[in-house]
Design a protein around this ligand. Structure first.
Ligand code: G6P
Length: 617
């Protein structure tokens, strides 16, 4: 969603805020703005569009000497992405400025009340209503802090807010409810931001704000208080191990490409320390019972990772597993038994629907396991146990390495449950061997996968629609391939279970409607090959991800024994265990979409209308 950065210290604040916004732009990029104290008042500069537009406006400002300032990059929720709706928002008297990530659900009520009192609004946003409410409370409150707290106690919904006011030009006030916000603590300087990379070059000492807390921030220190009664709270900063290199492009043209290429390391890191003597070690879960049923709940790419893992969780882990989209699950009034466990998967750990699903499950007495990438995120903190994917910061809006790390950890989870249930050891050791082979196989094959992806992208760049087909776990990969293609290149794509094609969708197939088929060397292969025949019989063009047979393979080996159809574009992956092959198929799909989007001149790292972390419904 939106990104927030604030700074108070000894450095010029404006360049630092712009730099922080650059690192947060993945959270939204419809408009941006900043505020700083100047000549006894507040100066606010805003611009619609990408951050470059704001930078151009700031470049012509004289005397940017302020050492306290804050900025915002917006993903529109209330009101068009135009300048008057960009943050920061001010009250009518221009005494204070506010930046906000989230949605104030009762803002219409607040707005009507203020309007009845004569307040006139400049924007369509919920944020401006809140800024005006704080200003109104200030008339009767003994302090700015009290006015800030009084207004927030009325706000419903979700927010991370930071406020500056002319009367205290070196101080910022911050608070959160169901939206991320954290402090970065340096020597004689303090930051507040939506995410760690915003201030990572300056400090790795982080204080995570909790819901219902307020922070007062100034160059010489920070304080935490309870929103309810403004009682002081004590919390030590945590040290974050990420380094700046992990959050930079590292010579790649796009973050997405860099993150795809990082996947060998991501799988290796995921395995490191988690397997010993043929056993999977997940000490985070040792105190929890093996669940009678696992409800996997997630959104977007994280949902596809869960869908992919379902077969393993059931087949290998012996745990009945359902996989659901969080925004459906939370409103379905699901029947949950206390002995079931809800596994929420979220790269950011902040997705509003996934977080709500977690809270629903906990309110029903179910245990919740979080599978997250961002350390200290809301989901990580609220789950009963958390498995960290350790993939490092993922900046590209389209998720790639996070899914790879989720898949690796889910394989380990399935084996872990299987081992705790005393299920057969040989299959689990084959799976572990296959997983251990992934980093090297990926490293060796990523360059050629990219070449093939680039060639195919050029050949199919004129297509207006695509089917992505697969069966079994590969159906989830097909869903992910289709998601990547549409989000990056804006080409319509549908992921389908290959066996379902004949029940309607195949009517769409013609020479201009290609299909991308996952025909991996697994037990579903014979059926998938028939599905390819069915598509090609309707003159549909097919790209098929297939595996080469190893030289000298036995005659009864699956592919060699089958009459394979003449596929238009066979895309061969090396012979490998089906599990390893899935980890090769994933970057093939990602790279195809990447190359397609780049060839079509689309904004790869920041596709239109999207945001990395969706903290609203
Ligand atoms: C957004 C992102 C997707 C991501 C989804 C779930 O839509 O653009 O890339 O898969 O949110 O995010 P999460 O952080 O919960 O995995």
């Amino acid at each position: 969603m939106c990104g927030i950065i604030g700074y108070s210290g000894h450095r010029p604040a404006v360049p630092l805020v712009l730099e922080g916004l650059r690192r947060l732009e993945y959270r939204g990029y419809d408009s941006s703005g900043l505020a700083y104290a100047q000549a006894g008042g507040l100066r606010v500069i805003r611009a619609p569009g990408k951050l470059g537009a704001l930078e151009d406006r700031v470049a012509s400002e004289p005397n940017l000497l302020a050492t306290t300032g804050m900025g915002h990059t917006r993903w529109a929720t209330h009101g068009l992405p135009v300048e008057r709706n960009a943050h920061p928002h001010m009250d009518e008297g221009r005494t204070l400025a506010l930046v906000h990530n989230g949605i104030i659900e009762n803002f219409q009520e607040i707005r009507s009340e203020l309007a009845a009192g004569g307040c006139r609004f400049q924007s369509d946003t919920d944020t401006e209503a809140l800024a005006c409410l704080i200003a109104r409370e200030r008339r009767s409150a003994p302090s700015l802090l009290e006015a800030f707290a009084r207004a927030l106690r009325r706000a419903r919904g979700a927010y991370a807010v930071v406020m500056m006011a002319a009367e205290e030009p070196d101080t910022m006030y911050a608070a959160r409810l169901s939206a991320p916000l954290l402090l970065g603590v340096g020597a004689g300087e303090c930051f507040v931001a939506s995410d760690i990379p915003a201030f990572l070059p300056y400090t790795r000492e982080v204080v995570f704000l909790e819901d219902g807390e307020v922070a007062r921030i100034h160059g010489s220190g920070w304080e935490l208080l309870r929103l309810d009664d403004l009682a002081p709270l004590v919390r030590m900063p945590q040290h974050i191990a990420w380094d700046m290199q992990a959050a930079a492009k590292d010579g790649y043209k796009h973050f997405m490409l860099k993150e795809i290429m990082e996947q060998p390391r991501v799988v290796a890191d995921c395995l490191s320390g988690r397997v010993a003597g043929g056993r999977v070690l997940l000490p985070e879960l040792d105190n929890l019972p093996v669940p009678a049923r696992l409800r996997v709940v997630a959104c977007g790419t994280s949902y596809n990772a869960g869908l992919w893992a379902r077969h393993l969780l059931e087949g290998q882990g012996g745990v009945p597993a359902d996989v659901e989209i969080a925004s459906e699950f939370r409103y379905r009034r699901p029947l949950l038994e206390p002995e079931e466990c809800v596994l929420v998967i979220s790269q950011s750990g902040e997705t509003a629907d996934t977080l709500a699903a977690l809270r629903l499950a906990r309110s029903r007495g179910c245990r919740v396991i979080g599978l997250c990438n961002v350390v200290g995120s809301s989901i990580a903190r609220e789950a009963d146990a958390v498995l960290y994917t350790q993939a490092g910061p993922e900046i590209s809006v389209a998720s790639t390495k996070a899914m790879c790390s989720q898949m690796a950890l889910l394989v380990l989870l399935a084996i872990y449950y299987g081992q705790r249930r005393g299920l057969a050891g040989t299959e689990s050791s084959a799976l572990l061997d296959a997983l251990h082979a992934v980093p090297v196989m990926l490293r060796e094959n990523l360059p050629s996968l990219r070449e093939t992806a680039a060639r195919l992208a050029r050949r199919f760049a004129g297509a207006r629609s695509f089917f992505y087909l697969g069966r079994g776990p590969a159906y989830a990969l097909a869903q992910e391939g289709a998601l990547k293609l549409k989000e990056l290149s804006y080409i319509h794509a549908e992921g389908y279970a290959a066996g379902e094609m004949k029940h309607g969708p195949i009517a769409l197939v013609d020479p201009d409607f290609p299909s991308f088929v996952l025909a991996l060397d697994d037990p579903f292969l014979p059926k998938v090959l028939s599905n390819i025949e069915q598509v090609q019989a309707r003159q549909g063009k097919v790209i098929a991800l297939m595996q080469r047979r190893p030289p000298g393979a036995p005659a009864d080996a699956p592919v060699g024994a089958l009459p394979s159809p003449e596929v238009d574009e066979p895309w061969y992956l090396p012979a490998a265990h089906p599990l390893t092959a899935a980890f090769l198929a994933l970057p093939a799909l990602q790279l195809f979409s990447y190359e397609m989007a780049d060839y079509l001149g689309k904004d790869v790292d920041q596709p239109r209308n999207l945001a990395k972390s969706v903290t609203v419904e």
